[in-house]
Design a protein around this ligand. Sequence first.
Ligand SMILES: Cc1cc2nc3c(=O)[nH]c(=O)nc-3n(C[C@H](O)[C@H](O)[C@H](O)COP(=O)(O)OP(=O)(O)OC[C@H]3O[C@@H](n4cnc5c(N)ncnc54)[C@H](O)[C@@H]3O)c2cc1C
Length: 495
Amino acid sequence: MDNTENKSVILIGAGVLSTTFGSFLKDVEPNWNIKLFERLDQPAIESSNETNNAGTGHAALCELNYTVEQKDGSIDVEKAKEINEQFEVSKQFWSYLIKSNAIQNPKDFIRPLPHISFVLGTKNVNFLKRRYEKLAKLPMFEDIEYSEDKEVLKQWIPLMMEGRSSNTPFAASKINEGTDVNFGELTRKMAKNIEGHDNADVYYRHEVVDFKQRDDKKWEVKVRNLQNNQVDVHVADYIFIGAGGNAIPMLQKTNIPESKHLGGFPISGAFLVCSNPNIVNEHDAKVYGKEPPGTPPMTVPHLDRRYIDGKKSLLFGPFAAIGPKFLKNGSNLDLFKSINPSNVVTMLSAATKNFPLVKYSVQQVLMGKEDRMKELRRFIPDAKDEDWDLHIAGKRVQVIKDTKEHGRGFIQFGTEVVNSEDHTVIALLGESPGASTSVSVALEVIEKNFPQFKQAWEPKLKEMIPSYGQSLIEDTKLLHETRKATAQALELNEK
Ligand SMILES: Cc1cc2nc3c(=O)[nH]c(=O)nc-3n(C[C@H](O)[C@H](O)[C@H](O)COP(=O)(O)OP(=O)(O)OC[C@H]3O[C@@H](n4cnc5c(N)ncnc54)[C@H](O)[C@@H]3O)c2cc1C
């Protein structure tokens, strides 16, 4: 491929990942042609929508699954450091978008909110205390506070302490510098930013239906206009599959070797949402508990203050619901159609190898409202049925694949970048902590797939992300400077 000519890139889907990557691309290569196709009539309707995810700016401040207890009793904090750094990178890019006037009004999409971990029972209290002692020594988490004192916790989480018996030991840790992020609003702003670019076209109600790679390595992409059913062919040098739950079927359609021995299992998230404004006002934090043993990160229960359209709300969950659709607005045939001779054994192996997850999923499906309220009462002892309603949130499609390390049917958690050997197809699979780390994911895409442009793009990347190429884990001064700058740009010091 000639590296001097301007390239064309097709982005599939108008969720947070495609719009982040598109926002990068339009500034590092303003002359490249970008086409974004979205099957729905607006951006951010699927998982990136504010009502379809929990809006946690995942920075490993309160999520206990990022600080795992090892067999020898020590606590591994490496993942927490990595996630925290990735969120700092996201905040830098969003600050750049604000400062360059590409998007406006940071309060529309990011607000400061304390992040708290809360546990019950002697064993968990002991874990939380040791986690606190370890994190407090690290510059990234040095502001962490810890308490087992009921009076202190009444100040931090009054709603959770009302009516709580002291028979079961409890403890909490708190970091005030957490955030609530409206990823839907952020996505809409970034989509508008791309639409305003001279060399970009954004098409809503246009569904990508098939691909064919030509001998010159360019891709012919078939796109159906859902308004008149007409199918057109668009040609591109690169295809970026940011299709959320639909990414696996899209990747399978490219027929590249990397799409084989890969499957997906869809799980819907559901939350209890509080309809009583008096209760909503009593809780001013995101509080994460401990996941049931042997289950994946998405099972961690949490009670979250949210800001949606400037209004406060409160949700608890997530609960899981199983169904065959890969997108909330998908088809009941999605799961069935994604199974083919190359991945059927992979899928079956996953079911037999992941018994705790299967058991958890079955239990979740059988849950009625009273069972869910029982879970909620571990957080809010006095919670009343009439104040809470079930809301079905977004889809997560768990990636199932064969790996050398784990064998057949390994269930992959986290977001994964898959690319063809010639780097012309890039797909983003998976989920948590997806939206929060979308900027690091975009950087990974750039580094892995566009190495020939690295030198030319580096000055712009450093302008976008001042810490680019340096470590916020190792360099404490840089960490403090970065946090100060992003807090100012994103107005995080103001309530
Ligand atoms: C219950 C739940 C809670 C979550 N909580 C958090 C959280 O607290 N913090 C966090 O950081 N992350 C969270 N996540 C994860 C986060 O929401 C996702 O990682 C992120 O939104 C994924 O963005 P995306 O752009 O890949 O996908 P999406 O937002 O789903 O966008 C994909 C888009 O592609 C379109 N599309 C699909 N196929 C085609 C096609 N063939 N042609 C054209 N368009 C197509 C779809 O219509 C959709 O608009 C949560 C997820 C769930 C489900």
